[in-house]
Each structure stands twice: as C-alpha cells, then as structure tokens.
Design a protein around this ligand. Structure first.
Ligand SMILES: Cc1ncc(COP(=O)(O)O)c(C=O)c1O
Length: 394
C-alpha cells in the first residue's frame, strides 16, 4: 500500500538549506532560513540562556511528564510577556506548545473543533507554513492582498478591500510584528483601523507573534494585541514563539494564549486545548520552558536577556542600513530604501525567482525564490559580496 503515497515536494526553505550544505563554494552565503546570526555567522547562545543552563544543570530531580498544557509557571510568565498590563483585565490562559508552529497547529484544531470556525483569512504572501497548517486542520484558507505593485511595501487599501469579503464567524491570521516573509508591518493608525474592522465584522483574530522584540521592542511589538484587548474586545488567540527572541530554535518552546469573554469560557476552552494536545503529543518537553521561566523569573538574567535582545534588534537595523548604503554604491539606479522601513529579520527585496536562482547558481548566495532575504544572515564581511552579486543580477 505504501507505494500509493505520492512524493511531496521538499519544504521550500529546508530544501534550499540542503542545497546550501551541498554547495562546495568557499564564499557561499545562506540568507534563507529565519535564524539570527552574529558577526561570525553563528547562531549565538544568549548569555542569559547559558547562565540559566548552569542553574538548571544542578536540578537532579527526575524528568517526569509536564501537565498536558505545560509547566504552569512558564505559562503564566509567557502569557504576561505577551499581554503586558492588559493581562490584569481579561480572562486568559497560556498553554505551553512546541514552538510557535505547535501553537498554530493546536490553535487551529481548537478553533475548528471546539468553536466550529472553518475559514481563515491570511495575507498574500505569508509564512509558507501558514496555509499548510490550516489546510491540514481542514480550513477553507482565504487570502487578503498585502503588498503594493512592486511587492516591497504595504497596500493597505488593497488589504482592506479584500477583507470586505470576510464574514462574521471567520478567523483572520495577523502577524503582530515583523511580518514573515516580507518585513512589511502596519503603521499604528492602520492597525487601529484594521482591528476596528475585525471587531465590527465579528472576526476572530489569530495573532502570530513569532518575533516579539525583533521589531521595535518587547512592548512596542505587542501593541496591536494589547490595544485590541484594551479597547474592550474579549476574544483573541495569540501564538508566540521563543525560538527567535531567546535563540531557542531547537528547544521547541512557545505558547498558545487564549483570551475568552468569561471565566466559564476560559475554563471550557482550556479543557478543549487539553484534549487537543493529549491526542496530538500528550504533553510538551521540559527543558526549553525551564530555560525561559528561569530567565523571566530572575531580575539579573532577565535584564541580561533584554539587553542582548536589544543589541540583536539594533544590529539588524544597522545591517539594513549597511545593505541600503552598499546597494547605492553598486546599483545607484535602483532604490532599496524600502528595506529600512521593513522590520525584523526579513526583507522582501523585490528580486524575482530567476534573479534568486542566478544569485544561487552564479554567486552561491542563497535567498528564497520569493526574493525574501534574511537580513540577519548578513554580516560586515559578507555585505559587500552580497550587494555586489545582487547588483549583477538586477
Ligand atoms: C511567522 C512565523 N510564525 C511561526 C513560526 C514558527 O516558529 P517556531 O520555529 O517556534 O515553530 C515562524 C518561524 O519561522 C514564523 O516565521
């Protein structure tokens, strides 16, 4: 029977990673995967994480199962980091999930099976896994327009135009900050207008918050979510990830926060989450959450983490500026200023698939075929090489 299974195409990003690994060029540069790299081209182990590990290694207790919805102290801290002061005034509960992807998958199952929502709107483009996750959970996936003609900035009017077709009782997926793959975020007044529309139309917002602290700051990046709740709205789903902002990619640590209109609804939703998780992976792993709650629960470690996260964010902004300045030098007739307006690790560069392929084949520089560049994968020594190669394929 197994020979009846069709071969699926490889995942676009992980497939390119394999090509990169097989490339024998000494000067190859990988700007595909969404990981932060330091000046030496390495994924750094944050100092606060290393210090927390030293504390945790002394814990010689047995490694029992965690509760189905995760370690309670971790869940409480993760939810407070996302919700901030608004946590005081809404009914919420956070569940520990294996990364942001786990939160999205569990949240998708929950809304479909417990609430009966069967349609979700998401931006075109969005993170390639989004439509797949929701399609696997049997959703009807609808897309709303997002980018302008050139494909490098927001077309808010087009976005709102396509959302006019959304109906009450459907869900909408929103990147709270650092939109992946484009880096293009909404301005505050655009967020206000969009979120008022979401509330008036009776849509359920499903916030994907994978990059808290990578845009403008830990609190600033959470503003769309917090403002939505502070203006009296009482239902929301938030999926957060600590893969990026703690550099804990492989530890699979994230959270699913549900804001409910009453204590009874919160209890019912949590019981549904437990059934969903129990039948998918039973309960989450112990280690990543212990690192995060150790750091968030200790003033010194937390300060160290926030300082390092700020340095990472500021370094990415600096890299954006260097990229724009260097492109001016090698391709003075092309405007790349839009890169400075985008947020987070990614930039939609406006490069086409043939240009991305040429970069890969002729220069061993790997970006996604969509033109997405991981700006955080560039460093001072590769910036010139990358910009020169891009100029040559324009
Ligand atoms: C927009 C978005 N959501 C969710 C995720 C998933 O995060 P995690 O690696 O924690 O599963 C990512 C990861 O790249 C992402 O870019």
């Amino acid at each position: 029977m197994f020979e009846n299974a069709p071969v699926n195409p490889p995942d676009a990003i992980f497939g390119l990673m394999e090509l990169f690994q097989a490339d024998t060029s000494d000067s190859k540069v990988n700007l595909t995967t969404g990981v932060y790299k330091d000046e030496a081209g390495q994924i750094p182990l944050m100092k606060a994480v290393a210090d927390a590990e030293k504390i945790l290694v002394q814990d010689t207790s047995g490694r029992s199962y965690l509760p189905i919805d995760g370690q309670p102290d971790y869940c409480n801290k993760a939810g407070n980091l996302v919700l901030g002061p608004v946590a005081e005034s809404v009914h919420w509960q956070t569940s520990q999930t294996p990364g942001g992807t786990g939160a999205l998958r569990v949240g998708a199952e929950l809304l479909k099976n417990a609430v009966g929502i069967d349609t979700i709107w998401m931006s075109n483009p969005t993170w390639a896994n989004h439509p797949k996750i929701f399609a696997r959970a049997n959703y009807n996936v609808q897309q709303y327009d997002y980018l302008d003609q050139r494909g490098v900035a927001l077309d808010f009017a087009a976005m709102m135009g396509s959302l006019a077709n959304a109906k009450s009782g459907q869900a909408i997926l929103l990147h709270a900050a650092c939109h992946n793959p484009t880096g293009v975020d909404l301005e505050t007044d655009q967020w206000n207008e969009l979120l008022k529309f979401v509330a008036d139309r009776g849509l359920v917002p499903f916030f994907d918050f994978a990059y808290q602290g990578f845009g403008k700051g830990l609190d600033q990046d959470a503003q769309p979510i917090r403002n939505y709740l502070a203006s009296g709205n009482r239902e929301a789903i938030i999926c957060n990830s600590f893969s990026k902002n703690f550099g804990l990619y492989g530890e699979r640590v994230g959270g699913l926060t549900i804001v409910s209109p009453s204590e009874d609804a919160r209890t019912a939703m949590q019981s549904q989450i437990k059934t969903t998780i129990r039948t998918m992976y039973s309960n989450p792993p112990t280690h990543g959450c212990a690192i995060v709650s150790t750091i968030l629960g200790d003033d010194t470690l937390r300060a160290s983490w926030e300082t390092e996260l700020t340095e990472m964010r500021e370094r990415i902004s600096g890299l954006r500026k260097s990229f724009v300045d260097t492109m001016k030098q090698f391709a003075p007739d092309h405007d790349f200023d839009f890169v400075m307006k985008q947020n987070g690790m990614f930039s939609y560069s406006g490069l086409s698939k043939p240009q991305a392929e040429k970069l890969r084949n002729d220069h061993s520089i790997y970006i996604l075929n969509s033109g997405r560049i991981n700006i955080a994968g560039i460093n001072a020594s590769t910036c010139e090489q990358v910009c020169k190669a891009i100029a040559s394929v324009l």
